[in-house]
Design a binder for this molecule. Sequence first.
Ligand SMILES: C[S@@+](CC[C@H](N)C(=O)[O-])C[C@H]1O[C@@H](n2cnc3c(N)ncnc32)[C@H](O)[C@@H]1O
Length: 275
Amino acid sequence: MERRKSPHKPSKKATPENSRVKKKRRVKKTNIAKTALGGEPEKRSRSKTAPMKGEAKPRDLNVHVKTAKRREYGSTLWLKRQLNDPYVRKAKAEGYRSRAAYKLIELDEKFSFLKPGARIVDLGCAPGGWCQVAVKAVGKRGKVVGIDYLEVPSVAGVEILEMDFLDEEAPDRLKKMLVGSADVVLSDMAAPTTGHKATDHLRIVALAEAALDYAEDVLAPGGVFVSKVFAGGAEGQLLTRLKQNFAVVKHAKPKASRSDSAEKYVVATGFRGRS
Ligand SMILES: C[S@@+](CC[C@H](N)C(=O)[O-])C[C@H]1O[C@@H](n2cnc3c(N)ncnc32)[C@H](O)[C@@H]1O
């Protein structure tokens, strides 16, 4: 006896009619699925471990970002890198303003210079990630002052000066805000790169030297100087000065510092005092 097909179950045989319907549905599905950035959306499966209260929902890494007509290729690459960066995700989840916050956390884990009650100066502090880490570490008895020529939204417990550190008035203004000597001078200053290697190198060295001039002026004996440096680390005159004025000079590249970046940090401890 021939089995009767349910009127609700259409035949699976491909007919020109139903394959046209299928094709239409597929096209529609793809359009709906596009994200605001033009990339493929996350797979919608139920997460086994729900995020904790206040914790950002984890995002799949390796987010694909399509190029968009009005977005330059370089911006697309930057966006892709940001979306796929675990430190960017972690910073967002833990409330830090920058992924750079983890560089300072790692440096401190290695060299232990952020102590309760310490007095800290943060040079080139925008958007404020290092300030957040520093103020948390020093507590209410400590003091944190920062400077950047970019506007920095206020960080509770931190005094911020919006000014170019290379302006001749800046060091004195910072000193007045600090009232007294510093235990730690941090510099994460970096000028926008020009793409011309020699020029970029000179600008970075100039910023590190200006930071060291200031550190030598305000640090208390035993104080610590931490500065961003590049390529081979502190070199030439800068390294000579560091070795003369500090008991120990070390270089470190925190894991949070991108492996494709020439960035490094020099950590000089045990300031010998002004001669
Ligand atoms: C890598 S960012 C610092 C990130 C910061 N440590 C954080 O965790 O948020 C470098 C900063 O140095 C600042 N900078 C560079 N040159 C400067 C200068 N001459 N005076 C003040 N700030 C400067 C830039 O504006 C930029 O905000």
